[in-house]
Design a protein around this ligand. Structure first.
Ligand SMILES: [Zn+2]
Length: 259
């Protein structure tokens, strides 16, 4: 399975492409500034031998021509105008969508029935302001039975909250981050539905190395999943034991654990 953070080197493709001068595409990520890309040029990309991993920035055209590539497995789109034709790329096992201000429906993503890995993310510049990107619903993602890795960063659905993700029983890892509107009940319900998956959003707290050590005892701090409103997200598990215990107690109640 193609990794979300591939170590393969990026090669920038420019038209007209001379296939005889390309490095082995099976070992590279092919990047194309796709703002002016025509249907014909997409067809040329699809015909490239051993093209597996393609990154397109700013696509405006229908993606259907890529359906004819027998080797393409990973597609990554940065700021596409729309997702028309994406659903025809059934050969994809991995798809990434980064910076999507013009995309508000995920129906085309839900057509990619062979997906094992999916990442949809706002850019880091959204984080400081706690800004989220809104989509209609996560419901189309419930149609991806083979999905094993899922990253949803800063994406807030108008309806259904996290519920559609509870159908993804093949999930192994899941990251739902940078959405402060999701509640402990949302996360606990998801944790119940996908017991074989791992991820910070599926446990009440996790180590928070980025916050540094506790100034009082020098120990490692932890971050809370869905802390109560207007309370800090990180704490010291020793100096603030009571607060952590109360948080875990609330989590267990949300999870339906009887003690
Ligand atoms: Zn401490």
């Amino acid at each position: 399975m193609a990794s979300l953070q591939p170590s393969r080197k990026r090669v920038v493709l420019r038209f007209p492409i001379d296939p005889t001068r390309l490095p082995a595409l099976a070992d590279h990520r092919a990047f194309v500034d796709a703002r002016q890309l025509t249907n014909l040029e997409l067809g040329e990309l699809a015909a490239l031998p051993d093209l597996e991993f393609l990154e397109l920035s700013g696509t405006e055209t229908d993606l259907s021509p890529l359906a004819s590539s027998p080797t393409l497995r990973h597609l990554s789109l940065d700021n596409p105008a729309h997702l028309d034709g994406l659903g025809r790329l059934k050969q994809l096992t991995s798809f990434g969508l980064y910076y999507l201000p013009r995309i508000h429906a995920l129906d085309q993503v839900g057509e990619l029935h062979n997906l094992q890995s999916l990442a949809i993310s706002t850019p880091p510049s959204y984080d400081a302001s706690r800004k989220c990107h809104r989509v209609q619903s996560f419901a189309p993602l419930a149609r991806l039975p083979h999905l094993r890795q899922l990253v949803m960063r800063g994406i807030l659905p108008d309806t259904d909250r996290l519920r559609p993700l509870e159908a993804l029983v093949s999930l192994q890892t899941i990251e739902v981050t940078h959405v402060f509107a999701f509640t402990m009940e949302d996360y606990a319900s998801l944790a119940r539905a996908v017991p074989n998956a791992s991820g910070h959003c599926l446990v009440p707290f996790f180590e928070a190395a980025w916050t540094g050590l506790c100034s009082r005892c020098g120990g490692a701090r932890v971050a809370l999943t869905a802390p109560a409103p207007r309370t800090s997200r990180t704490l010291c598990p020793r100096c603030q034991r009571k607060r952590l215990d109360a948080h875990v107690e609330r989590w267990n109640i949300a999870l339906g654990v009887t003690r």
